[in-house]
Design a protein around this ligand. Sequence first.
Ligand code: GLU
Length: 281
Amino acid sequence: MFVTRFAPSPTGFLHRGHAFSALTAYDAARRAGGRFILRIEDIDRTRCRPEYEAAVHEDLAWLGLEWETPVRRQSEHMEDYARALRDLAERGLTYRCFRTRREVAEAIESAPHGALEAYLGAPLPADEEARRVKAGQAFAWRLSLEAARRALGGFDSLTFVEDGAGPDGEHGLIQARPELGGDVVLARKDLGVAYHLAVVADDARQGITHVIRGHDLFEATHVQRLLQALLGLPVPTYRHHRLLTGPDGKRFAKRDRAETLRDLREHGMTAARIREELGFG
Ligand code: GLU
């Protein structure tokens, strides 16, 4: 059974780009006689707001979408992500990172010959780490690429199927290159979890067979594929779609207030017209 999802973060009102993404996934599910799931990715409680979340439901219903209930809200499942993190940590695949954002940026910049595009770190010596933990210093959990490589005997066996296209037209069987992301953060200092881990855990738990999303997230697939391997999770098919651009050629973003679905609606736009404009008439 084909199962796909639309997984917005309620950090702003939905715009045309979201409508395109949601309709793409919804349409694919309908054509395949499959299931369409809405998932609210609200782990970042500092940026998510209830009114944005309510608007997601309102705007998608206005567009004519229907989805299964209850809707999974990530903020209600932090224990699931903590469990996955513990699993990785107990196998020595993670380490505590006490560095600030700036220190991480500096470490990348100061690597010889620009050797690092993404951050690679290492655990602190045990006594130093214990001292900092005891002193209550905040830390993030990072995935150790080196430990992951050792655990899997290399990354050669990590592939995924791209059924749509990445930003450079990537299509078909893709070799995952988790090194592009470096030692990614699995649990943020402030939140106890981070995007990649939550998404991978939820895609598996919800039985997602097709991840349909914008190609701005194509790169994220490399590390998400690695996490699936480390956690023994099934690998969905990926279908990245193009990003919608406005008349100025720039992609829609949450900061462009004028183009939110609710503004368009208030100015007389109908759902039928926007569906047609986006190619789902
Ligand atoms: N929550 C993510 C976003 O709003 C999407 C995650 C995904 O589709 O994998 O960009």
